[in-house]
Design a protein around this ligand. Structure first.
Ligand code: ADP
Length: 338
């Protein structure tokens, strides 16, 4: 492929414009002399011809060169957007006829490759560490629970209870990190089967019974018999997280709502609460890993529930939407295909 430097392309274009227009003017002068038509209006006509031809040829060349150049820049800019969105597998064509664009493409590919390697190492590290955490944590949890049950010393039982609760929290965190990294790396599709959505939602609500009875929440349920196809176990994580959050961020005496609505081939599950709500600036970030709107992290949690829920819903080809008003409550709606 013939290659050019950008500066030479521009110099070449200016040269072509000059050459063509000067030649046109020279031909016009010779013709007007030859035909005996040269008079005092001729310089004005020639200047007009000169200006019009410079403009037209300039536009034509700018359109040809610009189109070629911009299509290459657009391709690069699209690829950069994908890298910014976390897709490090994107590559651009390196064989370019303009040197500067070729250098940029080679550097871009190099950068995407390096970022991909770093991301892979990070993911491997995180999932290996989480995996290694799980066994010792369950041993700690098991023995702490045993001491809590069997010890005659009340203080000792208290300490063991706290150790057990903290170990449970850490083990939940390690489990969530592992599951999220597995789902993020999921390239094959998940195993799906038909199941009763309303039943699974009822079970998820019961799982949090202690939370909503302690807070004396009223239940507003609308769970008509609904069958969908998906991974019921993975979706249980979604329901448990959304219902758990609705309970956790509710005030005493509030209302927990869980509703199924169907329209066409879509099913929507809305989980609502009348709790503290989510401030506008936090709403855009709640699906980020480890993000918690309450910077003091006073509430129990690790900020992985919503990213995990969204990933699971995405793997089902669905979406999650949130509407919330600070101080008045929130509604998370999951849209799934049947
Ligand atoms: P966490 O383990 O902290 O609950 P999540 O990823 O589930 O992590 O949620 C992230 C953050 O989003 C929470 O810490 C909280 O600030 C906010 N959030 C989620 N659900 C609700 C809700 N129903 N009401 C108010 N804030 C919520």
């Amino acid at each position: 492929m013939k290659r050019h430097k950008l500066s030479r392309v521009f110099i070449g274009a200016i040269f072509i414009i000059n050459f063509i227009t000067n030649t046109l003017v020279a031909i016009a002068v010779v013709l007007s002399y030859a035909l005996g038509a040269f008079n005092e209006a001729t310089p004005l006509v020639l200047t007009t011809v000169y200006i019009i031809s410079v403009t037209l040829i300039g536009f034509a060349l700018a359109a040809i060169v610009g189109k070629r150049l911009f299509s290459q820049f657009t391709e690069l800019s699209e690829a950069m957007k994908r890298v910014a969105g976390g897709d490090y597998d994107v590559r651009v064509e390196e064989k370019r006829d303009i040197d500067e664009v070729r250098d940029m493409s080679v550097s871009f590919n190099e950068m995407a490759r390096e970022l991909g390697m770093t991301e892979l190492m990070r993911k491997d590290f995180v999932s290996n560490v989480s995996h290694e955490f799980k066994t010792p944590l369950s041993v700690i949890e098991g023995y702490a629970a045993l001491i809590e049950r069997e010890s005659a010393d009340e203080r000792c039982r208290g300490y063991a209870g706290r150790i057990s609760a903290s170990a449970k929290r850490l083990s939940k965190l390690a489990g969530n990190i592992l599951l999220l990294s597995r789902l993020e790396n999921q390239t094959v599709s998940i195993e799906k089967a038909p199941f009763r959505l309303d039943k699974r939602l009822r079970e998820a609500i019961l799982l949090h019974e202690r939370g909503w009875t302690e807070k004396k929440l009223g239940l507003d349920l609308e769970l008509p018999e609904t069958e969908i196809t998906g991974s019921a176990d993975l979706l249980d994580e979604v329901w448990s997280n959304l219902i758990g959050n609705a309970v956790k961020f509710s005030r005493e005496g509030g209302t927990l709502g869980v509703r199924i609505t169907e329209s066409g081939d879509k099913v929507a599950v809305a989980v609502s609460d009348t709790g503290c709500g989510i401030p506008d600036e936090a709403r855009a970030r709640i699906f980020e890993k480890f993000y918690q709107a309450d910077a003091s992290r006073a509430s129990e949690g690790n900020g992985l529930g919503l990213p995990l829920a969204r990933r699971i819903v995405e793997l089902h080809g669905g979406t999650v939407e949130v509407s919330s008003e600070a101080g008045r409550g929130s509604t998370f709606t999951v849209y799934l295909k049947r």
